[in-house]
Design a protein around this ligand. Sequence first.
Ligand SMILES: CC(C)(COP(=O)(O)OP(=O)(O)OC[C@H]1O[C@@H](n2cnc3c(N)ncnc32)[C@H](O)[C@@H]1OP(=O)(O)O)[C@@H](O)C(=O)NCCC(=O)NCCS
Length: 252
Amino acid sequence: MSRPDLCGSRDIIESCRVHNQSTGCDTQAQILVLKESDIDDLCDLQARVFAAIQNPALYYPETRERLLQSIEQRGLTIAAYVEGRMIAFRSVFYPGEDASNLGRDIGMADPHQLRRVAHLQRTCVAPEFRGNKLQVRMTGYAIERIRQAGTARYLFSTVAPGNYASIGDKFSNDMSIVRLLRKYETFYRYVFFADISAPLTIDPATTTPIGAMDIDAQCARLASDALYVGHNQSRSQGGNVIHYARALRRFP
Ligand SMILES: CC(C)(COP(=O)(O)OP(=O)(O)OC[C@H]1O[C@@H](n2cnc3c(N)ncnc32)[C@H](O)[C@@H]1OP(=O)(O)O)[C@@H](O)C(=O)NCCC(=O)NCCS
């Protein structure tokens, strides 16, 4: 659905040029914060993106109810529009003390800490607008809003080991892999973490590269020492490689 008047009535975070791979042309996009009345755009884009995904292990669709909660009641959602049509979104969810709070996956039990958790929940970019770094930009804006509003301190996100673009998004926004777990039925997911008040630093001398699809070796590395985190990735002939190293202090 196209809503040509939408951007005129909203605070625009950024207006930028994006390349449309279908038409081969550059066009103007507006990045803004969503309101609950935008929920249909969000659901339509997720359905379109999910229908085009070739490997369903990479994306587990979100319910309409959770997407709605992630707009204003319990979160924040940033989106990009071109000519009144949503082309990308990044949602953030505040899980509070819910059982699903990813803080529990790293042993967080203090209710005060759990209430200061934000999940970087979902991102979708329309296939023809991929490659414009929209995910990294929207995530950066979302984290900046969280920091300014003081609504959370601990950021978490789950990402499939084969999702190169989303892993890159987290590393670009200073998050680290702290766990690799079986989540969402039988699918493995990295658990990414950042403390926005106290960023992690690592000892580069301890860096070990491990193939992203070598689940057992990565689980063993993370289990061998509570200070080990994944902090970077690279591409090699054999596929994507995650770089693990020791953090200089415990987290969170
Ligand atoms: C994951 C996703 C949000 C990233 O989209 P994006 O912001 O356009 O990705 P980027 O522009 O940051 O590109 C990231 C990398 O993917 C590569 N890439 C993947 N597909 C591409 C495409 N069709 N066109 C251009 N680049 C592509 C880019 O080359 C880039 O590599 P680099 O970092 O080495 O330069 C998008 O692919 C998507 O919607 N996927 C389906 C849903 C999903 O998996 N969401 C994430 C989990 S919630």
